[in-house]
Write a protein that binds this ligand. Sequence first.
Ligand SMILES: *[C@@H]1O[C@H](CO)[C@@H](O)[C@H](O)[C@H]1NC(C)=O
Ligand SMILES: *[C@@H]1O[C@H](CO)[C@@H](O)[C@H](O)[C@H]1NC(C)=O
Ligand SMILES: *[C@@H]1O[C@H](CO)[C@@H](O)[C@H](O)[C@H]1NC(C)=O
Length: 185
Amino acid sequence: MRTLVHLLASGLVNLFLVTATVVGPRFHRAPSRRANVLGPVSTVEVVNKVIAPDGFPRSTVLAGGTFPGPLIQAQKGDEFLLNVTNLLNDTSMDITTSIHWHGIFQHQSNWADGTAWITQCPIQPNGSFLYRFTVPDQAGTYWYHSHLSAQYCDGLRGPLVIYDPDDPLADMYDVDDGMVTSSFC
Ligand SMILES: *[C@@H]1O[C@H](CO)[C@@H](O)[C@H](O)[C@H]1NC(C)=O
Ligand SMILES: *[C@@H]1O[C@H](CO)[C@@H](O)[C@H](O)[C@H]1NC(C)=O
Ligand SMILES: *[C@@H]1O[C@H](CO)[C@@H](O)[C@H](O)[C@H]1NC(C)=O
């Protein structure tokens, strides 16, 4: 059994860990059939929800209403059309938002980088923003997160995986079975 581990760490107190474990017959090219998976052309609703990720209920900011947010899955060369819709209404926290697609080069689509007050105005409550970009020469495990203030610490983050149909490392693993661990701050 062979294990492939991707590790991403970010921020001061946030650890983002993706592991892939080899367990069976060759399957790595097949897209995930898990629930909570979005394709590159999707709507992502950002909502407030009370959850208890560590046993203590608290209001959070979630992509698609789950923590972590849905896996966004694409193929190298795909065009992303991600309509991020802001349904935030908990005024004890920020109710504007933006999403950064961490690690994506954004060549000729800098405006879609998702950095609030730098490449775009924050998305207003009840507003939406269409992020449109391509990934002609990138594949691998990435993540997305709020890029407004420290909002990603309140829950808005999730995995972003781009598969390469001609993966040069394809013979090194059989199953890509991602997992995310995180801490709240
Ligand atoms: C994004 O979704 C919102 C809410 O459904 C909708 O009002 C808006 O027209 C959509 N934007 C695009 C570009 O499809
Ligand atoms: C706020 O938004 C959440 C999630 O969309 C919803 O469940 C809740 O009813 C809303 N609360 C108010 C006061 O509108
Ligand atoms: C967003 O839309 C909902 C439903 O139409 C409305 O109740 C709420 O007041 C709106 N929020 C803002 C900030 O405009």
